[in-house]
Design a protein. Structure first.
Length: 309
């Protein structure tokens, strides 16, 4: 299947586009908030500043993550993307607190709304830009396995839903005359943004703590190993155990033990190990595999020590 058009852009190009869209939405939403005097639209515009800062930081982290392994970082720089999603989550929470504070002040002193037609039109146009970019980011995130692109896309989706809620609320204010509804809506927006920011911070922390691969990837690895074990012509002469996996940005790692008969030649065992490694990498794209060879009747020293603890 050919890659999607968004995937062909690459993470860096998409994040540059995200910066440009953030600048455009700041102008559109800022103008909408200014001409309507709506706290809901003003809070929506404030979140766009977070979009801009997040996209800029994500671009920096993706650039670092793409650097090849070196002497000081032999496993590469892939985890830099987790700093991006964590930073974005913290910025989102900070923006939500600022929105909530201003909304409370407006709730204590409600003000009338003005020129709603133009304000709502500008907000809807800016949301359309964010929605289109979010779709591109999600597609590219799946292609490149990039948590930075996924985090930016999730933030934009939150922004779209926020704008939709603000538009509905402002229309309700117009027809009911309840001025207090506008700042209350902004407080609701702030609470929703806090929830999304907390999810991003949690996701990035799990990545930095070497979280295991997802269930589908683990099942694919186990299935590939089972096929090799069952394919041996002379019965159960192959055993795999102590499979450990982790994710680091776009890179995935797997370590395991492969037990073979002790009278096999090193060349035969190493040749089979090479075939197993290739099968595992085919099963899970972006995987780097390390397999330790052991005789059938021997366990690794680390396993022996763990059994006696």
């Amino acid at each position: 299947m050919p890659p999607s058009r968004s995937a062909r852009w690459g993470p860096s190009a998409l994040l540059r586009l995200s910066i440009a869209v953030a600048l455009l939405t700041i102008v559109l939403k800022g103008a909408a908030g200014y001409i309507t005097n709506s706290m809901g639209l003003i809070s929506d515009a404030m979140e766009s500043f977070v979009n801009l800062a997040s996209a800029m930081f994500a671009l920096a982290m993706v650039t670092i993550a793409a650097r090849p392994a070196d002497e000081d970082h032999p496993y590469g720089h892939h985890k830099a993307e987790y700093f991006s999603s964590g930073f974005e989550g913290i910025l989102i929470i900070g923006a939500a607190l600022a929105i909530g504070w201003v909304a409370v002040l407006r709730l204590l002193s409600p003000q009338p709304l003005e020129q709603l037609g133009w304000g709502l039109a500008l907000s809807i146009v800016s949301s359309a830009f964010n929605a289109g970019l979010a779709v591109m980011l999600f597609r590219a995130a799946r292609e490149h396995r990039s948590i930075a692109l996924e985090a930016d896309g999730r933030h934009l989706v939150t922004d779209v839903w926020t704008s939709a809620a603000v538009v509905v609320g402002i229309v309700a204010v117009h027809f009911t005359g309840w001025l207090w509804l506008d700042p209350v809506l902004a407080i609701g927006v702030a609470l929703n943004i806090v929830r999304e920011g907390a999810k991003l911070v949690w996701r990035s922390s799990q990545g930095l703590m070497d979280q295991a691969l997802d269930a589908d990837s683990l099942a694919a690895l186990q299935a590939a190993l089972a096929r090799f074990a069952a394919a041996q012509p002379d019965g159960p002469q192959l055993r795999f155990d102590d499979l450990a996996t982790r994710s680091a940005g776009q890179r995935r790692f797997a370590d395991l033990h492969m037990h073979v008969p002790g009278d096999w030649s090193l060349q035969r065992a190493a040749g089979l190990r090479d075939a197993v490694e290739q099968a595992l990498m085919d099963a899970v794209p972006g995987l780097r595999v390390t397999i330790q060879l052991l005789p059938l009747d021997m366990e690794a020293r680390a396993v022996q020590m763990a059994a006696h603890e």
